[in-house]
Design a protein around this ligand. Structure first.
Ligand code: AMP
Length: 397
């Protein structure tokens, strides 16, 4: 079966067509600037690449163009859209409404649209728009929602609750949900495979470090805690997100800056993190360059990021009563040896020691950076969220 994986943003739509027999992506690409002048689809397939500069006023037109690209003479990989067995949609937040991949019915679509938008106002409305577009263009093809937060559904109450009035948690659903679940699930399973043990036998800390960053404690194959919270603003500081901050400081900042509640949250999401500290950029490549040139605030931003990440690794080793494996993944985790070294530095007391030369290597698959005398395996594993979405979609069907 071939599964189309769709990841819709407010003005973008990324896709992969995955053949489930080989688990390989036959085609992939992304539409950018949907609804904005200058929209473009960059598509790959059949070993070729093609750019479609075409007006895409909405997601429906975008998905029509994606289907056209999938059947294109040069880069096409299918003859008819009926070869697509199902569509798996990435959805960021599920709240407590969905705990596992879910086949779309009118009722499911209603719950997605009426209940979950406020939990991820930047992400979930876009996913719902992508879903509607696919349903219109591909009537009769099964649609499945795969939630970023599903992997975190196994967290115990003591981990996901905030110290607020329990009745308010019950009434409003204010609790930790986590994010990047598909990535944490994928890399922790890959780590177990690489080590040659069953996931049930391992205590793994996975660090998904990218534009958004989260750290997860995976005990026996199950998530028992994660650093993101009610929304993806919590945990370590990120590109532009503040990460954890005292709630009183939020009210104080709002008052001092004359901002509304909503604008203060936007400020914490968009103007803070390493971009706010460095005053230079949210991109860790720019911070590295700044630090090399002696920019002290770039050095500080990197130090803070490493320190905060390291604290979560220590906390999760404590929560699990040990650690067998530490995994780095996503844009920063896969590409920045400096950050990996900075996070691991000082964790020798936990049995974590990396081979500094090996850490500088690059590899397509899993890069093992464990030092010979390290008790804990330290691995760099490229994430593949699309494959998890495709697998879960296929399994559900
Ligand atoms: P992601 O959200 O997983 O796509 O990660 C994107 C982020 O990865 C970018 O914003 C960069 O900060 C970071 N990144 C990508 N390549 C490198 C690199 N070679 N060194 C450091 N950071 C990188």
């Amino acid at each position: 079966m071939k599964i189309l994986v769709v990841n819709a943003g407010s003005s973008s739509l990324k896709y992969q067509l995955i053949d489930m027999e080989t688990e390989k992506a036959l085609a992939k690409g992304g539409c950018e600037r949907i609804g904005i002048p200058g929209s473009v689809l960059k598509a790959k397939g059949n070993g070729n690449e093609k750019v479609y500069e075409q007006d895409m006023p909405n997601h429906k037109v975008a998905i029509e163009l994606v289907l056209h690209a999938l059947q294109d003479g040069e880069i096409g990989v299918i003859k008819s859209m009926h070869e697509i067995g199902a569509v798996g949609h990435r959805v960021v937040a599920s709240g407590e409404y969905f705990t596992k991949p879910t086949l779309v019915t009118p009722e499911v679509q209603k719950t997605l649209e009426e209940k979950t938008f406020e939990l991820a106002p930047l992400h979930n409305p876009a996913a719902a728009t992508g879903l509607r577009a696919c349903m219109e263009v591909m009537p009769g093809t099964p649609m499945v929602l795969v939630f970023d937060s599903s992997f975190h559904a196994t967290m115990p109450e003591k981990a996901y609750l905030y110290g607020i009035d329990y009745d308010d948690y019950k009434k409003y659903g204010v609790r930790k949900y986590g994010a990047h679940g598909t990535s944490h699930k994928f890399v922790s399973a890959e780590a177990a495979k690489y080590i040659g043990k069953k996931p049930e036998e391992l205590k793994i800390v996975t660090c998904h470090l990218g534009n958004g960053s989260s750290i997860t404690a995976v005990d026996g194959g199950k998530c028992i805690d994660t650093s993101m919270g009610f929304t993806p603003l919590a945990g370590v500081m990120m590109g532009t997100r503040s990460g954890d901050i005292d709630a009183s400081a939020v009210e104080f900042l709002a008052r001092k800056k004359g901002l509304s509640h909503a604008d203060t949250v936007t400020y914490l999401n968009k103007k803070c993190g390493v971009a706010g500290i460095s005053g230079v950029s949210s991109d860790f490549r720019d911070l590295d360059a700044g630090a090399k040139n002696g920019n002290k605030r770039c050095v500080l931003a990197l130090d803070m990021f490493n320190y905060q990440t390291k604290k979560f690794v220590g906390a999760y080793a404590a929560a699990m009563g040990g650690i067998d494996c530490l995994v780095f993944t996503a844009g920063i985790g896969e590409n920045s040896p400096h950050i990996r070294e900075g996070v691991c530095d000082g964790l020798e007391f936990l049995g974590i020691k990396i081979d500094k030369k090996q850490n500088l290597m690059r590899k397509d698959g899993i890069l093992d950076i464990t030092a010979k005398d390290s008790r804990v395996k330290v691995l760099v594993i490229p994430t593949n969220e699309e494959l998890v979405i495709a697998r879960e979609t296929a399994q559900l069907l």
